[in-house]
Design a protein around this ligand. Structure first.
Ligand code: ZN
Length: 155
């Protein structure tokens, strides 16, 4: 078994869609980035790459490469799966924590789990997605950004 950790942060700005776990969540701000800036999936990608002993997401999907411009991060997650399949690895389980002040994401978690389960060829029961706020502290508390941590077990 192999274990990997991922962390990511993106700025919250007006004029962008808020996409987390491949789900578009109605909100007045969205995450800024080269791709769809899905911070949850980026942390997940990094944890999977890390468990496989590979490099970080920016190494494989450069923000200077027009192929990844505004792309769904589910596509990037699928690309990470291809990389670990080459090493004959499969996902055992993943655990993700998203930290953002608003909006509440709990109504969307089931759909996020379905999206991730399909992309990783696992069952939703092998995925945990949790969310918390920063209690008003720091850049997350001031609603300027959103961060995510993920841990993945591969076997
Ligand atoms: Zn990112």
């Amino acid at each position: 078994m192999r274990i990997g950790l991922g962390y990511d942060v993106h700025k919250l700005v007006k004029g962008r869609k808020l996409i987390l776990g491949g789900v578009t969540i109605p909100h007045k701000k969205g995450l800024l980035g080269h791709s769809d800036a899905d911070v949850l999936l980026h942390a997940l990608c990094d944890s999977i790459l890390g468990a496989a002993g590979l490099r970080d997401i920016g190494y494989y999907f450069s923000n200077k490469d027009s192929r990844w411009k505004n792309i769904s991060s589910l596509v990037l997650l699928a690309e990470c799966m291809k990389l670990i399949k080459k090493q004959k690895l499969k996902v055992g389980n993943v655990d993700i924590t998203v930290i953002l002040e608003e909006p509440k994401i709990s109504p969307y978690i089931d759909q996020m789990k379905k999206n991730i389960a399909k992309t990783l060829s696992i069952r939703p029961s092998q995925i945990s997605i949790k969310s918390t706020t920063a209690e008003g502290l720091g850049f997350i508390g001031k609603k300027q950004g959103c961060s995510a941590y993920a841990i993945s077990l591969l076997k």
